[in-house]
Structure formats: C-alpha cells, structure tokens
Design a protein around this ligand. Structure first.
Ligand code: ADP
Ligand code: MG
Length: 270
C-alpha cells in the first residue's frame, strides 16, 4: 500500500486538483484507491460530490470516535473517499496536548494496510504545517509536492522540505519526497523554464541523506486548463467532466508515469 501525502503549505498550488485526479486516474487504471481529505475546507470531498457536514468524516478518526473503515465510503469503481468537514478545523486544537497526536492517522490506517484493501492511499493535505499535515507525513510512505512555478515557489519549498526532514528524523524514518509536480504550468514562458531549472539544480545539490534526495520532478507538467477548475462544480473528476481536455491528458500522463514506477512494471515491459 503506497500512502502518498500531497503536500504544500501554500494554498492554491494544485494539491486538491492533483489529489482528486490522481486518485480518479489510478482507479480507472484498476488500482484500488482511497482518497483521504485532510483539509477542513473539504474541497476534495466536495469535488467528488460529498457534502460531508453532519455525516461520517475523517474528523471522527481524530476525535477517536470511529474506525477508519466506518468513515471511508466507496464512490465509484475502485475509488473510496474518507471525507472531511469543517469540524476538522477543531482537530488542531483538540490534539494539541494529546500524547501520540502525530500518530492518529497512521494507527487508523493499520487495519487497511493489514487487510490489503487499497493499492494507493492519497492524502490531500491542508495548506499549513499543523497537526493534520504532520499526521499525513507520519502516515505516508512518500510525499508529492505540487508546485506552481513562480518566483516564490522555491522559498516556500525549503520550509516544507525542512518539515519533511524533521518528521523523517523523529516520526517516520522511511519518509521520502518522491515527486515534485509542476502545476498550473504556463508552457513556453521564461519564468516556468527558469523556476524548473532552479528546482532541478537545487535537487542536484542537495544532501544525499535528505528525504528529498531521490525526488524527481515529474516529466509530466500539469498545464493551466480551465476545465480542471470547472470540474468540481459538476462533482466529477477531469476524466468524466472533460475527457478530451489538456487537463485529462496531463493527469492521464502523470498516472502513467506513476504506474511506470510500480515494482514489476519494468519486468512486464521487458
Ligand atoms: P490547493 O488544494 O493547493 O489549494 P487547488 O487544487 O484547490 O489548490 O487549486 C486552486 C485553484 O486553482 C482551484 O480553483 C482549482 O480549480 C484551480 N486549478 C488547479 N489546477 C489548475 C490547472 N492546472 N488549471 C486551471 N486551474 C487549476
Ligand atoms: Mg486544497
């Protein structure tokens, strides 16, 4: 079970759009996927048609009231979601002094892992480095960082990478930043090219012991595409809402790129 935290403390960089469409794309490719919405704004829940208020949500996991299997629900073939709701905003405060507060999500996922229910769990993180994001990093086997290529993108990145290093040291030894995903990409602009070059140089010059040392920048770039912004209002992934769009093409290619990294893929292709 690969557990992927889609993380960046900046808002509006494409975390939710990527979480939803990666989850939907992997499910279409036959993988069993559970998307966990860790953002109190519940954007990915709403994107997939779930207004979670008043129903079972991931909040109950953090409140210790329910087991993971009681809050996740199947929404289409191969795709499950554990929705968020606004109550989740209280979690940061409620857990502030709780012993073991960083491990709640990891513990909750143990049964799913043991029973091999899912091939992938995708964690859509909130735009902060608080206790929910720390829980995601503690439960994750890897981190994807969506990045919008503009001038300040790399500044925020170092803070974010420090946090992953801290979690890797203290809470989750195996944590790796596996992929950096360029979102809202403006093909052919000077800025996008410059930021991408800076990013590649930064990764090349990083400490080989750092959790992001092996990170790759996905070859697939997610271009700006209005259909991606429209799809949530129709409670559909991009593959349902606009299968011929550049957004569907980009997320489709990204999923193919992810699948090509699965163990066994090379053997199959050879
Ligand atoms: P985050 O979860 O990091 O806050 P979102 O995925 O919600 O970011 O994206 C922020 C806004 O940008 C949303 O309105 C979303 O629909 C839009 N958006 C995201 N990716 C794209 C894209 N590639 N092209 C056009 N709009 C996008
Ligand atoms: Mg979001």
């Amino acid at each position: 079970m690969r557990v992927i935290a889609v993380m960046n403390q900046k808002g509006g960089v494409g975390k939710t759009t990527s979480s939803v469409n990666i989850a939907a794309g992997l499910a279409r490719a036959g993988r069993r996927v559970c998307l966990i919405d860790l953002d109190p704004q519940a954007h990915s829940s709403i994107h997939l048609g779930l207004e979670a208020t008043g129903k079972d949500s991931i909040y109950q996991i953090f409140a210790g009231a329910k087991a993971f299997n009681d809050v996740r629900q199947m929404i289409s073939s191969n795709l499950w979601i554990a929705p968020a709701d606004l109550d989740l905003a209280a979690t940061e405060l409620e857990l502030v002094d709780a012993p073991g507060r960083e491990f709640v999500l990891r513990k909750a996922l143990e049964e799913a892992k043991a029973s091999e229910q899912f091939d992938y769990v995708i964690l859509d993180c909130p735009p902060s480095l608080g206790v929910l994001t720390i829980n995601a990093l503690t439960a994750a086997t890897e981190v994807f960082i969506p990045l919008q290529p503009h001038f300040f993108a790399l500044q925020g990145l170092s803070k974010l990478l420090e946090t992953t290093a801290l979690v890797a040291r203290r809470l989750n030894r195996n944590l790796k930043v596996s992929g950096i995903l360029l979102c809202l990409f403006e093909t052919g602009t000077r800025l996008a090219t410059d930021v991408t070059d800076d990013l590649l140089r930064f990764l090349r010059n990083s400490d080989p012991q750092a959790p992001w040392a092996g990170a790759k920048v996905f070859g697939t770039r997610i271009r700006r595409n209005i259909k991606l912004a429209e799809a949530p209002s129709f409670a559909q992934s991009i593959f349902e809402y606009a299968p011929g769009s550049s957004g569907a093409q980009d997320y489709g290619n990204l999923v193919t790129e992810m699948l090509s990294a699965e163990p066994g893929f090379v053997a199959q292709a050879a």
